[in-house]
Design a protein around this ligand. Structure first.
Ligand code: ADP
Length: 500
């Protein structure tokens, strides 16, 4: 059957774990392609080669990319990522797009010439394909850094036969980050001035890379069904809700999975003691280890973990407003995060004030993150909005019970625990208020303290849940096929050829 044909997929992302990561996008970009490869698809990844990526690569080619009136050299370096699930082993080629001027820098983002860096990246990704002799059926773009690709494919490169029927899917991992830049960046993308127009890329006086992806991709999706609904409303739409409503027929929600080999308490080399759902007492040693690592007294009290980018989205004002009250209880808080200087200072101050109850590590530390997931009892994610959220999925995998606000992917993956029936896998509140947050944290603490039997059963049951990739990866394949179908319809209509 034609629909059984294996697909050629190019997955494009500005961050991919294990090479470069600031948040959940990297986890998805590192693990979804592997799941697709295991299903038998020919999937390859493209990402920038940042300075700190030192994996051994093979140089495949270099070529000039026109950036306004200048030419910049793109060097394509290839690396092979092993993908495995059970006994199935596959290889996912990773194309690093290198340019010393744009990417040989200490950090991933937040530079003055961001629009230029990612205009270059998008164009280099498209232009490398004929030289690699790889013509994908689908280019899967992710977040604003890759937003121009669907547009460039259709309106610029699409005049060349090689590109004409390549379909695109654009995934929004976070609508808040939009890549909005002055109109001059149109020239860097090789686009004419008439793209500066409300019906095209203009967005409140800027050119929006995100809008390019939302408008021009054959299919768009986001990372949970609830967030897909939410972003069509003014409250969550970040100014794009009208556009998203106009594309509602092409907008889908697919919840993320997590990499079950990487995030596996039974084999995780980062934690003090490996354990699974049959040996959850192993969490106790991990609790002691995390207390030691974070210089908290080794006490048998509920340890509450918080691992997050420290930004408003994550509901940290609820945590801050409740902090003094929380500190009246016999608990410990282990926080790992970086971001907004206001929150970095707030949590550093709290750790200094409540030395025996709060520890804060300000920075990014993948190993410590695993230690907290394994050693904590409760995990906080009181987000204001949350496209999917991976923290709660990783914590569930490690038997650490999440306290979440019912929004986006948190609403789709965590259901409130019912002491009477034993149903549910976490503690959920709805209203965005510190009262609702505090009440829910206290409920979790009291069940932990007073109903050890129920708590043990809850930990065991959440560790048995399945949030691995295969089911969601199969949904993506359906989206790819729908996008290919749409693209084919479009290109054949353009040529006036009936498909029947
Ligand atoms: P977001 O993508 O909005 O940052 P997610 O919950 O989807 O949030 O994904 C966050 C990912 O980044 C998780 O894997 C989490 O463990 C990890 N993470 C966040 N902050 C840190 C940090 N400071 N150190 C290590 N890992 C972190």
């Amino acid at each position: 059957m034609a629909s059984q044909k294996k697909l050629k997929i190019l997955f494009v992302s500005a961050e991919v774990s294990p090479f470069a990561k600031t948040g959940g996008l990297a986890d998805v970009a590192g693990s979804l392609p592997q799941a697709l490869a295991v299903m038998g698809h020919d999937v390859r990844i493209a990402m920038p080669r940042y300075k700190f990526i030192t994996h051994p690569t093979e140089t495949r080619m270099d070529f000039p990319v026109l950036m306004g009136y200048r030419k910049e050299t793109a060097i394509i370096r290839e690396y092979y990522l092993d993908a495995f699930q059970g006994d199935v082993r596959k290889t996912v080629p990773v194309y690093f797009v290198d340019n010393y001027q744009y990417f040989d820098r200490d950090n991933l983002y937040c530079y003055y010439d961001e629009c230029e860096r990612f205009a270059f990246f998008c164009r280099a990704v498209i232009e490398m394909l004929p030289g690699l002799d790889f013509k994908p059926d689908i280019i899967h773009c992710n977040d604003w850094q890759t937003g121009p690709i669907p547009l460039l494919l259709k309106d610029i490169y699409g005049i060349l036969p090689f590109y004409r029927d390549i379909a695109s899917v654009f995934t929004v991992h976070n609508l808040h980050y939009q890549g909005n830049y002055p109109r001059e960046c149109l020239g860097l993308l090789g686009l004419a001035e008439d793209y500066y127009n409300q019906d095209k890329l203009e967005f409140y006086g800027n050119v929006s890379y995100l809008k390019a992806g939302l408008l021009y991709a054959d299919i768009i999706n986001t990372v949970s069904k609830t967030y897909a609904r939410e972003i069509q409303t003014p409250d969550y739409g970040e100014g794009m809700d009208g556009l998203l409503r106009s594309r509602a027929g092409d907008l889908y929600g697919i919840v993320n999975g997590i990499h079950y080999h990487e995030f596996n308490p039974a084999t995780d080399p980062n934690i003090a003691r490996n354990y699974d759902e049959k040996s959850i007492e192993g969490k106790r040693e991990n609790k002691r280890a995390v207390q030691q690592a974070m210089k908290l007294p080794e006490r048998d009290v509920p340890v509450i973990g918080l691992i997050s980018r420290l930004v408003d989205q994550k509901g940290l004002d609820l945590v801050a407003d409740s902090f003094a009250e929380l500190m009246k209880y016999n608990i410990q808080i282990a926080l790992l995060g970086s971001g907004d200087p206001y929150y970095e200072k707030f949590f550093t101050d709290m750790a200094q004030k409540y030395t025996d109850k709060t520890a804060a590590y300000i920075g990014f530390n993948a190993r410590l993150a695993q230690q907290i997931y394994a050693g904590a009892d409760i995990f906080l994610m009181p987000s204001r909005f949350e496209p999917c959220g991976l923290g709660q999925l990783i914590s569930l995998r490690y038997g650490t019970i999440p306290v979440v606000r019912a929004t986006g992917g948190l609403a789709d993956t965590v259901t409130d625990y019912d002491e009477n029936t034993g149903n549910g896998n976490g503690f959920v509140f709805h209203e965005y208020s510190s009262e609702a947050f505090m009440k829910t944290v206290l409920r979790a603490i009291s069940i932990y303290n007073d109903r050890k039997d129920l708590w043990t059963r809850l930990v065991t049951s959440v560790m048995r849940m399945d949030f691995s990739w295969p089911a969601s990866a199969a949904e993506y394949v359906k989206l790819y096929r729908a996008a290919i179908e749409k693209r084919l319809l479009h290109t054949t209509t353009v040529e006036g050829i009936s498909r029947k």
